[in-house]
Design a protein around this ligand. Structure first.
Ligand code: SF4
Ligand code: SF4
Length: 122
C-alpha cells in the first residue's frame, strides 16, 4: 500500500522517541557500516535500559533544537537519518503501516495555522 505520509516534509519526530530499542543484529549491522567491532559499536551507539519490566539496548541520543533530544544518528540540520542503509529494524518498520499519526497531526496543524513549516510540539 502506498504510504500516506511524507518523511521529507517532517522534522523527524519518530527519531526523537526516547527508547529506540535495537537488537544484536542491528548493532552488528551498524558495526559493519562503521567498520567497528560489535562491542565498540554497542558501547558507542547504545546503552542498556533496564527496569523491572524492561531490559533493552537503546540508541543514544544527542541534543536537538526541535525536539530537545533525538537519535545520535540524526542530522539535526538536514533533518534526516545519517545511517539510512544501516538503520535498525524498528526504524525500517515504523510507522507500521501506510499511515503515520504524527504526520496526520503535522498536516492538520500546518493547514490550520496556514504555515507549511509549522512544527507543533508533540
Ligand atoms: S514521524 Fe512519520 S512522517 Fe515523520 S519522519 Fe517519522 S515516519 Fe516519517
Ligand atoms: S537510526 Fe536513523 S531512522 Fe533510526 S532513529 Fe536514528 S536517525 Fe532515526
Amino acid at each position: 500500500m502506498k504510504p500516506r505520509y511524507n518523511c521529507l516534509t517532517c522534522p523527524g519526530y519518530c527519531c526523537s522517541h526516547s527508547r529506540i530499542a535495537v537488537s544484536d543484529y542491528d548493532i552488528a549491522r551498524l558495526a559493519k557500516h562503521f567498520k567497528l567491532s560489535v562491542e565498540e559499536a554497542k558501547r558507542r551507539f547504545t546503552y542498556r535500559y533496564q527496569t523491572k519490566e524492561v531490559d533493552e539496548q537503546i540508541l543514544r541520543h544527542q541534543r536537538d533544537h526541535v525536539y530537545k533530544s533525538i537519535c545520535r544518528f540524526f542530522d539535526t540540520d538536514e533533518r534526516r537519518c545519517t545511517v539510512y542503509e544501516a538503520r535498525p529494524n524498528v526504524c525500517r518498520r515504523y510507522p507500521y503501516g501506510n499511515q503515520c499519526g504524527y504526520y496526520d497531526f503535522l498536516k492538520f496543524e500546518r493547514a490550520h495555522q496556514d504555515d507549511e513549516d509549522f512544527i507543533p510540539s508533540a
